[in-house]
Structures are given as C-alpha cells and as structure tokens.
Ligand binder design. Structure first.
Ligand code: ADP
Ligand code: MG
Length: 335
C-alpha cells in the first residue's frame, strides 16, 4: 500500500566528527510516506547531525541512508531535488520582506517568476502571513519568522520536508500555533516530514511515530501511544480515611497491576485504563466499609517514558531561555 511506501531508509548510519566525536552511533529506521516522524532527544543527542546527513550537508562516516529512493552519499543531487530543509538556526534575511524572501528562495530553485509569485502568495496565505508579506522580516516575531521559513521551504514543492527544532525557543502558544500550520501544510501538500525536537509535547502532539534518541543511539521507536504503553498503564492514587492497610484488597482487583503504599492512607496503583478502573476501585473500597477521601489519575507522558528508557528527565533539558540565547548567538554569528 502507498501508506507503507518507505520514503526515508536509514541503516546503521554513523557520524564521527574529525575522527573523535562520535555524534551518531549507528542508527536505523524507516519513515513511511505521509508520516510525521520525530527524532526526540536532548541537546547533543545527534539530531541535527542526523538531519545534516539525510539532507546531504554532511557525509556519513558509515552506514546507509536513502531519501526518495536515492542514496544520500551517492546521489546527493537527486536527493536535494526531492527535499527541503528548515535548519535549526534562522535562515530568512532580515533586511528583506517576507515576500522577497519567498521570491529569493524561488529563484534559487530556478522557478519562473509568475509561477513563483503564485506559489509565494499561496504559501504566505497558508501560514497566515499575507498581511505581513510586505514588511521587513526584522519586524517579525520569532513565531512569524519560523512560519515564513516553513513557507519558504515549501516553494519547491518538496516530497520530504526536514524540520530541525521547528519551534526552538518559542513560547508555548506560538509553538502550538506552528504545530497547526505544520499539520495543515502536510495535508495540503502531501509531504512526508521528519522533524527533530527536544520538546516532548511537540513530539506527542505532532508525530505519528517517534524515535527516542540519546547519545547518538535510538533507544526506542513507536507511536506516542505505543511508547506510553511501555510504561504499563495509567497511575491512580487514592487516599482513604482509615488507617488499615488495604494493599491486599486493592491488588485483588483484576485490572490493578501494581500497588504501592505511599503513606498510612495513600496508595498508588498502575492500571490498564484509568477511567474504567477508577469506579471499580472506589466501589470495592466502599463495599469493604472504607471511605475514599481523595483520588487522582495520571496518564503517562512521554517524559515518563523518556525517564524510564534513559534514566533522565527530558524536562530538565528544556531550558527555554538558554536555547533562545543560543539562537540569538547563531543569528549574530551569521552577520
Ligand atoms: N561540526 C562539529 N564538529 C564536532 N562535533 C560536533 C559538530 N557538530 C556537532 N558536534 C557534536 O556532536 C554531538 C551531536 O550534536 P548535534 O547533532 O548537534 O545534537 P542535537 O542536534 O541533538 O543537539 C554533540 O556532542 C556535538 O557537540
Ligand atoms: Mg540540534
């Protein structure tokens, strides 16, 4: 079926910088046509290095990568013809308007002017920048700029789009807005997207499948739901008014997997499906003559999955301010 058509094929891909820095340590995965596939991992995990190899910017040290059926090392020109990239750092020219940036990009691809103008306006409309199209990019907010760059990357109608940290340093609302545009563009233009991120909410909300990457290795691949299911279910915490130990009673409820007594009257349980099991738990407790005074339920998040798989929390790595500063530095360095 066309859905299972492999668009990106990666086998034992490895990158060692200068014979010393082992940035990517033999990763393998497939990306299917029409997917949004995410590489999720902390700073330094090897995400940008992977993107650079897949987009022919960097030569792999060993291993194979094919994009649109072409080997990135042997047929870089063919690969470049079917892809587009939005790199981690800003790429639009601040001294030009949004529209001029679009046209500049089109001219790099040799798209005839009339066609370029048509595509530019269509894409600017799609990312809601039509009204700002004739303003210089230096007046844009970070989110507007990112939207422009995503629109610019689509001017050549790529089959595959690579987005390296598309919402890096942006605030939560702006990030969510950009996710909407990415979804819309994907549908509208029938493209396959590989993105990298260290924001787990981004991976969770946008990606059909995620590869968790840590220290240059893929730790696990799966859909957000599959990854969360690895944790073995939802967490229910319950407190009762009485001091008697009811661990025994709780663990006999069929859907309850694990019971841990947290203090004299509070218990934490792993259950398959929290919303279904919670009423059963309450009923069982009441039948035994005890009284529930508190109940809470939590669905596992990707952060907990990440913690379980790597022993570290991704949340600690988010440090928004630092990343923003890093981005500003990159921008200054290009001047
Ligand atoms: N040009 C380079 N030369 C040497 N080491 C590099 C270079 N680029 C990245 N690295 C190192 O490779 C590792 C992976 O970096 P990178 O791919 O940028 O990770 P990520 O994008 O996940 O933050 C890091 O340890 C980084 O310091
Ligand atoms: Mg990076």
């Amino acid at each position: 079926m066309s859905e299972r058509e492999v668009i990106i094929k990666v086998r034992n891909l490895e990158k060692i910088y200068n014979g010393v820095v082992h940035a990517v340590k033999g990763i393998s995965f497939d990306v299917y046509r029409g997917e949004i596939f995410g590489l999720l991992g902390p700073n330094g995990a090897g995400k940008s290095t992977t993107i650079k190899m897949l987009t022919t910017v960097l030569k792999p040290t060993s291993g194979i990568a094919e994009v649109c059926g072409y080997d990135v090392a042997k047929h870089p020109v063919e690969v470049r013809r079917c892809i587009s990239v939005v790199p981690q750092e800003y790429t639009s020219d601040e001294d030009l308007t949004g529209f001029e940036n679009m046209m500049l990009m089109a001219s790099l691809y040799g798209i005839p002017k009339a066609e370029a103008e048509k595509r530019a306006w269509e894409l600017l409309e799609m990312v809601n920048l039509k009204d700002a199209a004739n303003r210089k990019v230096e007046t844009y907010s970070g989110g507007m700029r990112r939207r422009l760059e995503i629109a610019m990357s689509l001017i050549n109608r790529p089959k595959v789009l690579f987005l390296d940290e598309p919402t890096l340093g942006l605030d939560v609302q702006t990030r969510a807005a950009i996710w909407e545009y990415i979804r819309k563009l994907k549908e509208e233009y029938d493209i396959t997207i590989l993105l990298t991120t260290h924001y787990m909410e981004e991976a969770d909300s946008l990606c059909n499948r995620i590869a968790i990457i840590d220290h240059g290795k893929i730790v696990k691949i799966g859909s957000p739901d599959e990854l969360k299911a690895l944790l073995g279910g939802d967490i229910i915490e319950i407190s009762i008014a009485e001091k008697e130990d009811i661990s025994e009673i709780l663990s006999k409820i069929p859907a309850v997997r694990e019971v841990k007594k947290l203090d004299t009257s509070t218990y934490r349980m792993k259950v398959e499906s929290g919303e279904k099991v919670a009423p059963q738990i309450i009923e069982t407790i009441l039948q035994r003559g005890f009284h529930v005074i508190k109940l809470s339920m939590a669905k596992p998040t990707l952060d907990e999955v990440y913690l379980e798989l790597t022993g570290r929390s991704l949340r600690d790595e988010e440090g928004g301010e630092d990343m923003w500063r890093l981005r500003m530095t990159l921008r200054r360095a290009r001047r």
